[in-house]
Design a protein around this ligand. Structure first.
Ligand code: XMP
Length: 506
C-alpha cells in the first residue's frame, strides 16, 4: 500500500507569519504525549514520496554534488531506503563517466538480471578477464551467436589459470554441467530453486535454450540484508541523475535514461527562470513522462512555475547549503524554513517537495520534513564519509591544549558553484583566464575530516528521526506530518536568542 502524501492542505494562517525570516535553529517543537513503546527505525513507518511516482521507505536523499554522490554513495543511500542523485559535475561533453556511475548502481544488485554480460566460447580468456574487470561483474554467461547458453565463466574459473593463449571454452563450466531454468521466474521462486538444488547461479533460458536472464545467490542475499532498500520492479537499486538546463543536457538525459536512471533532476541554481522554462519543455517533448525533478526554488511562485510545467517533484532551497556562498555574494535567498512553508503551500497535494540544504544537525531533519519537505537532500552532513568521491589527504593539525601536531585525514567538500568545481568541469585547455574569472562563483571548497562509512551516519539520523516522531506523539512520519500541518502552533516554539544558545550551543 502506498503512503498518502497528498493530504489536504489546511495551512494554519499563523505558520507563514511565524516562520518569516526564520530557519532551523530558530525553532524547537513542544513534546507531546508519546504513543511509541520502541523508537526503532525497523519498526517505525518512515515512508515518504520522492516524486509523484516514486516512494521511499526512508526520507533521505544524497545531494548531486561531485564531492558527495557517485555510485558508492548512491548504492549506500538506496540500500538504506533513500536515494542518491549522481551529480553532473563531469566536464561538458563528457557524458560517459556519469552514465557509468548510473550503470554501476543499476548493476549492483538484481532480482533477475535481464541482460547478463555475455562472452563467446572462442573468445580469449584475456578478453573475459578484461570484461570482468571493466564491468566489476564476476560471472559471464557464455553464449553462441544464436544466443543459446553454452556455459558459465566466473572469476573462480580464472583463478590460477594461464590466461595467455587460452580461450573461454577451456575454463568455463559447460552447459551440460549447469542447472538451468526454462522460462521466466521471479526472485522468490529462484531463491527456493537455488536452495533446493544447491547452486549459486541460475541461468534462465527459453525453450530453445536462449538466454533470458540470470539469478545469483549473491543478489538474493543482498535483498535479504537490505529489507528497506529502494528497488525498481526488476530488483535493481534505484538512482537519480542530475542534468543542467543548457548545453549537452538533453543528450546527457537520453544517455542517463538509457542506462536506467530512475529519475532525472534538472538542477540549476535559480530554477524559477526562463532557462528552466525552455529546459522542461524540451525535456518533456523528447522524453515524455519520464520522472522529472526540477529546482531549485524557494518561493511559492517558483514552485507553482515548476508545477505548471509538469515536473514530478520540486527541489527547494536557495542558499542554505553548507558549501554555498550565494547569499553572501548576491544577497538573494530565502531562509530555509520560510522557503519550505511557502513552497509547501503552493505544492501540497500536487507534487512532493525535496528540502535541499541547511541540515547541519540531525534535529533539523524532522523540521525539514514537518515544515514542508517530503524528503531531505543532504550534502555537507554526508561529507568526509568513505562513500564520498575523492582522495583522503593527511594534514598536520596542532592540538591547541598540548600544542602537539598530529596527522589528520581529510577529504574535500565543495559547493558545485565553487570556482574549483566550475574549473574542473570546464575544458580548461580551451578556457582563457578571463572566462574563469567571469564565472562568478557561488560556492566554496573546504576540507572536512575523513570518517568511516556513511551507513552508521544514516543509522543515527534515522534513530533520531524516530525519536522525534515519538516526542511528537505519533506512530509514523506520515501521521506526524498530518498532525503538525493540522495545528502547527501546538508544536512550534520560536526561540529567543538565549533559548537558541541554551538549545544548540554546546
Ligand atoms: P548541505 O547544507 O546539505 O546542502 O550541504 C546541499 C545543497 O547545497 C546546494 N549547493 C550549492 N548552493 N552554491 C550554492 O548556492 C554552491 O556552490 C552549491 N553547491 C551545492 C545544493 O542544492 C545541494 O544539494
Amino acid at each position: 500500500m502506498s503512503i498518502d502524501w497528498r493530504y489536504p492542505e489546511r495551512v494554519s494562517t499563523t505558520l507563514p507569519g511565524l516562520v518569516r525570516g526564520a530557519t532551523f535553529d530558530d525553532f524547537l517543537f513542544a513534546p507531546q504525549f508519546s504513543v511509541l513503546a520502541r523508537r526503532d527505525p525497523r519498526a517505525i513507518d518512515l515512508r515518504c514520496a520522492f516524486t509523484q511516482h516514486l516512494e521511499l521507505k526512508r526520507p533521505l536523499v544524497s545531494a548531486n554534488m561531485d564531492t558527495v554522490t557517485r555510485s558508492a554513495m548512491a548504492i549506500a543511500m538506496a540500500e538504506e531506503g533513500g536515494i542518491g542523485v549522481i551529480d553532473r559535475g563531469f566536464r561538458s561533453g563528457e557524458i560517459a563517466p556519469q552514465v557509468r556511475e548510473v550503470e554501476l548502481v543499476k548493476r549492483h544488485q538484481h532480482g533477475v538480471i535481464r541482460t547478463p554480460y555475455t562472452i563467446a566460447a572462442d573468445a580469449p580468456l584475456a578478453v573475459a578477464a578484461e570484461r570482468m574487470h571493466a564491468t566489476g561483474v564476476g560471472t559471464l554467461v557464455v553464449t553462441g551467436s544464436d544466443g543459446r547458453v553454452a556455459g558459465l565463466l566466473t572469476t573462480r574459473d580464472l583463478r590460477f589459470a594461464t590466461v595467455e593463449g587460452a580461450v573461454v571454452a577451456s575454463r568455463m563450466t559447460p552447459r551440460d554441467r549447469l542447472i538451468l531454468h526454462t522460462g521466466p521466474l521471479d526472485s522468490a521462486d529462484a531463491a527456493r530453486q537455488m536452495a533446493a538444488r544447491k547452486v549459486k547461479k541460475l541461468p534462465l533460458v527459453d525453450t530453445d535454450g536462449r538466454l533470458l536472464g540470470l539469478v545469483t545467490a549473491k543478489d538474493l542475499l543482498k535483498h535479504a540484508a537490505h529489507p528497506f532498500a529502494t528497488r525498481d520492479s526488476e530488483g535493481r537499486l534505484r538512482v537519480g541523475a542530475a542534468i543542467g538546463a543548457t548545453g549537452d543536457y538533453l543528450e546527457r538525459a537520453a544517455e542517463l535514461i538509457r542506462a536506467g536512471a530512475d529519475v532525472i533532476v534538472i538542477d540549476i541554481a535559480h530554477g524559477h527562470s526562463v532557462v528552466m522554462d525552455r529546459a522542461i519543455a524540451a525535456f518533456r517533448a523528447r522524453f515524455g513522462d519520464v520522472d522529472l525533478v526540477a529546482g531549485n526554488v524557494a518561493t511559492a511562485e517558483g514552485t507553482r512555475f515548476l508545477i505548471d510545467r509538469g515536473v514530478n517533484a520540486v527541489k527547494v532551497g536557495i542558499g542554505p547549503g553548507g558549501g554555498c556562498t550565494t547569499r553572501l555574494n548576491t544577497n538573494f535567498g530565502v531562509p530555509q524554513v520560510q522557503a519550505l512553508v511557502a513552497c509547501r503551500e503552493a505544492a501540497a497535494g500536487v507534487v512532493p517537495l525535496i528540502a535541499d540544504g541547511g541540515v547541519k544537525r540531525d534535529g533539523a531533519l524532522v523540521q525539514a520534513l514537518l515544515f514542508g519537505g517530503d524528503t531531505v537532500m543532504l550534502g555537507s552532513a554526508l561529507a568526509g564519509t568513505a562513500e564520498t568521491p575523492g582522495d583522503i589527504v593527511q594534514k598536520r593539525v596542532v592540538i591547541p591544549e598540548s600544542s602537539r601536531a598530529v596527522q589528520v585525514p581529510f577529504k574535500v567538500f565543495r559547493g558545485m558553484a565553487s570556482l574549483q568545481a566550475i574549473v574542473d568541469r570546464l575544458d580548461v585547455e580551451d578556457a582563457d583566464a578571463a572566462d574563469v574569472e567571469a564565472l562568478g562563483a557561488e560556492g566554496m571548497e573546504i576540507s572536512v575530516p575523513a570518517r568511516g562509512s556513511v551507513r552508521p551516519v544514516l543509522g543515527d539520523m534515522l534513530r533520531h528521526l524516530c525519536s522525534a516522531i515519538s516526542y511528537g506523539g505519533e506512530a509514523s512520519l506520515a501521521d506526524l506530518r498530518h498532525r503538525f500541518r493540522e495545528n502547527p502552533s501546538r508544536y512550534v516554539i520560536r526561540l529567543s536568542e538565549a533559548a537558541r544558545r541554551e538549545s544548540f550551543d554546546r
